[in-house]
Design a protein around this ligand. Structure first.
Ligand code: C2E
Ligand code: MG
Ligand code: MG
Length: 739
């Protein structure tokens, strides 16, 4: 699997359908082209056959029509001729007019035997004489007594007539004519050659011929071929039409039979030029291709855009938008796949920016983003075959070292340390690292991530990193159990499991008790007594310190109430307060509310706040201390000297008591320089009008020294161990008795 490539975008998902679509398109194109070709060729063949059939029918009909008309006209002129034959003697023009009317003919000419017109019904052409070659002359010189001519053009009138001739016994003869101009025009339309010439006008026809029964061409658009014989085999073969090439032209040829009264009288032969059809086929094919290609492009663009969209979605899902690094989901996927294939040892370093929240708060989110980008840039420098970088979450990064050994891991840790300690990082970056070595055995990625987070949580203050080990896991488990028990005890307000012990604080000069420090105890089912150092820390981290603090303050108030009832209203109870509690906006109000609830005199309450808490937000905390003191509550600064003691601040801090950490008391009897510091702390406290409590007095020597140093109060196992609540009153009464 490749790293840094868009994770799940399997190109095959898009490529395979694309290839299938492309192949389909090729087949479709070929198929379409063939279909167009076949369709048009078929259509053209059908058209050709139809035309041939229609033409042949027309020819058959024309032939029949011609015969009928001709027969009818022949009969008319013949009847008229026969009628005139009965006339005796010469004919005058007047008589001819009468005859023409009676016989329903158009012209009648009366000739003498020499061929001269003696009379006419129209009165025209009298005196005209026939001459050699003239059609009338042909009859005159013949020995026929009755003759009917085909319709012909009259030389003299330039009109078509159907003429008949009848000869009298004396050699005189009569020419009878029917006007046949319209009929002639009509009949010429039926003339074979004319039909052929008309059809020839069709550009798609190469040649058209009529063939008689003896396979002789009788009429043709190709005049040279008239009279030639057609090969009988060709005619039979191409009965259904054939395609062939002649003189480089593609031709489709059909032979359609011409029938007259159901009797075959010949054939019509048509040769079609295919170029026009081919053009149509080519155009249609081109159009089809353009259509297909457009469709193909559309499909391709749809596939491509969905590929791009998918890629974007995957980028959104698997990459961090700010740093452009692969994200935690990618990491999980990558590691899972990697663990399946590669059994080599791998190490995961979780790099955490400790002060990122503060950078965001102080410099703004824009600067925060910039810092993260810079961190990513720096870490990318580790990007090698062995190291791969991922973004874990807001301010955490993962460095995965493949094929790592201990040396590689330590080197990489050092490299990261120096990377972020460099001065180029402004604001200063404070980072720590959790490290986990993935064992050869297969592991669940979520477990690995949990382990590395545990390691990070176990980085102690002096070190920049912690390597995960099984003990950390156990401690995590212990933490979970303590958290659960703590929550349960709070829920049930179980004062057998969560309660106070009270350690008296003595006035050192007269050994009287001035106050008791309330020290929280947790008695768990699993681990028995758990130190407050441990469970208070857990409560702080698991966000249960506020309800726990309120519960404990309530418990302390119950004792104060008892003390007051017993006449010990001058004895104070000192309650430890966590920094998180103090920083709550409603802290002062909540203390006031609890005091009121128990009707407690605030002067009997003392609140201990550790020195380090002041450092977090001095102004706001000091303001709250002011309000609390105004109410009459005493404030003591706990563990003084362990934090970043700032003596000059003491002056402006609202305080009553300084509790010197037992570190200084412990060293009083040593030879260390620290042994004098306790004296200094006491005198500084006095300088600022504060009382000083020495914590952790364990022997008489320490006690005497502190007395010498004029320390006001003392607390420690030497004076008294913390005692149960029910012993507090006894203790007070006992001391009172002694006095
Ligand atoms: P601290 O407030 O400094 O309390 C004094 C600690 O010193 C107590 O430990 C006490 O038992 C111990 N101590 C007293 N005399 C001697 C001595 O002579 N020698 C030695 N070695 N130790 C002595 P403890 O009870 O274990 O409490 C530890 C810390 O837990 C407290 O330190 C305080 O910071 C925290 N804590 C205890 N109870 C509460 C609580 O109710 N709320 C909060 N927020 N913190 C608490
Ligand atoms: Mg304390
Ligand atoms: Mg203390």
């Amino acid at each position: 699997m490749k790293y840094n490539k868009v994770k799940a975008i399997d190109i095959n998902i898009f490529l395979i359908p694309m290839i299938i679509i492309s192949v389909l398109f090729v087949f479709l194109s070929i198929f379409l082209s063939n279909q167009i070709n076949t369709y048009y060729t078929n259509m053209m063949q059908k058209e050709s056959n139809k035309l041939a059939r229609n033409t042949s029918i027309m020819l058959s009909k024309s032939s029949a029509a011609f015969d009928t008309i001709n027969e009818f006209m022949t009969k008319r002129v013949l009847d008229a001729a026969k009628e005139l034959k009965n006339h005796k003697g010469n004919l005058t023009s007047e008589e001819l007019i009468k005859y023409a009317y009676q016989l329903n003919v158009d012209v009648i000419y009366f000739y003498n035997p020499q061929g001269e017109i003696l009379a006419s019904n129209s009165g025209e052409f009298i005196g005209f004489k026939t001459f050699d070659g003239h059609p009338v002359e042909r009859f005159r010189t013949s020995d026929l007594s009755l003759f009917v001519e085909d319709i012909r053009l009259d030389n003299e009138t330039s009109l078509h007539f159907k003429y008949a001739y009848v000869r009298f016994d004396d050699g005189y003869f009569v020419q009878i004519g029917i006007y046949a101009e319209d009929v002639f025009q009509y009949l010429t339309a039926f003339d074979q050659q004319n039909i052929i010439d008309d059809l020839k006008n069709d550009e798609s026809i190469l040649s058209i011929s009529i063939i008689d029964k003896k396979y002789r061409i009788t009429s043709s658009s190709d005049l040279d071929s008239i009279g030639l014989n057609v090969d009988q085999k060709r005619l039979v073969q191409s009965n259904e039409g054939v395609l062939y090439q002649t003189n480089g032209i593609e031709v489709y040829e059909v032979f359609a039979p011409i029938n007259l009264n159901s009797v075959n009288v010949g054939f019509l032969n048509i040769q079609y030029k295919l170029d026009a059809t081919k053009d149509i086929i080519r155009n249609m094919t081109q159009f089809g291709f353009v259509l297909l290609i457009s469709f193909y492009i559309i499909v391709l663009s749809i596939v491509y855009s969905s590929y791009k969209k998918n890629k974007q979605l995957i980028e959104l899902a698997y990459y961090d938008t700010l740093t452009k690094l692969p994200n935690i989901d990618y990491f999980k996927y990558y590691l899972e796949e990697n663990l399946k294939k590669d059994k080599s040892v791998k190490t995961i370093i979780l790099v955490n920016c400790i002060n990122f929240k503060r950078i965001n708060m102080s410099y703004g989110y824009k600067e925060g983003d910039f810092v993260l980008q810079k961190m990513a840039e720096k870490l990318k420098l580790l990007n090698s075959k062995q190291c791969k970088i991922f973004k874990f979450n807001a301010d955490r990064f993962i460095v995965l070292i493949e094929n790592s050994d201990n040396k590689d891991t330590l080197n990489t840790i050092r490299e990261i340390e120096t990377m972020f300690s460099s001065t180029e990082f402004k604001p200063d970056l404070d980072i720590n690292m959790g490290v986990v070595e993935i064992e050869k055995v297969k592991q669940d990625v979520d477990d690995i991530l949990r382990d590395v987070s545990i390691a990070l949580n176990n980085v102690d203050n002096n070190q920049k990193y912690a390597i995960f080990d099984a003990k950390m896991e156990q401690s995590l488990h212990r933490e979970d159990v303590i958290e659960e028990e703590l929550k349960e005890a709070l829920r049930t307000r179980d004062n057998k499991r969560i309660y106070f012990q009270y350690q008296p604080i003595f006035k050192l000069d007269d050994h009287s008790i001035v106050s008791f420090e309330a020290l929280a105890r947790l008695n768990t089912k699993h681990y028995g007594l758990v130190s407050p150092i441990e469970f208070i820390d857990i409560a702080e981290r698991k966000h249960i310190i506020v309800p726990l603090g309120e519960y404990l303050l309530n418990e302390a108030c119950l004792l104060i109430r008892k003390l007051e009832n017993e006449g010990f209203e001058h004895i104070k109870i000192a309650v430890n307060i966590s920094g998180i509690q103090v920083m709550q906006d409603e802290f002062v109000y909540s203390v006031e509310r609890i005091l009121k609830k128990h009707r407690i005199n605030p002067t009997q309450l003392e609140l201990e706040i550790t020195e380090s808490v002041y450092m977090q937000d001095f102004i706001s905390i000091n303001q709250k201390l002011f309000q609390l003191r105004e109410m009459g509550i005493s404030i003591s600064m706990d563990d003084f000297g362990t934090g970043f003691s700032s003596f000059y601040r003491l002056k402006e801090t609202y305080l009553d008591i300084l509790k010197m950490d037992r570190y200084f008391i412990k060293n009083i009897d040593s030879n260390l320089d620290d042994k004098h510091i306790s004296k200094d702390i006491i005198s500084i406290a006095h300088k600022y009008h504060l009382k000083c409590v020495a914590e952790g007095i364990e022997n008489v020597y320490q006690l005497e020294k502190l007395k010498n140093y004029k320390c006001d109060y003392g607390q420690g196992y030497f004076l008294s161990y913390p005692i149960d609540e029910d012993l507090v009153l006894d203790k007070l009464k006992q001391i009172k008795r002694v006095k």
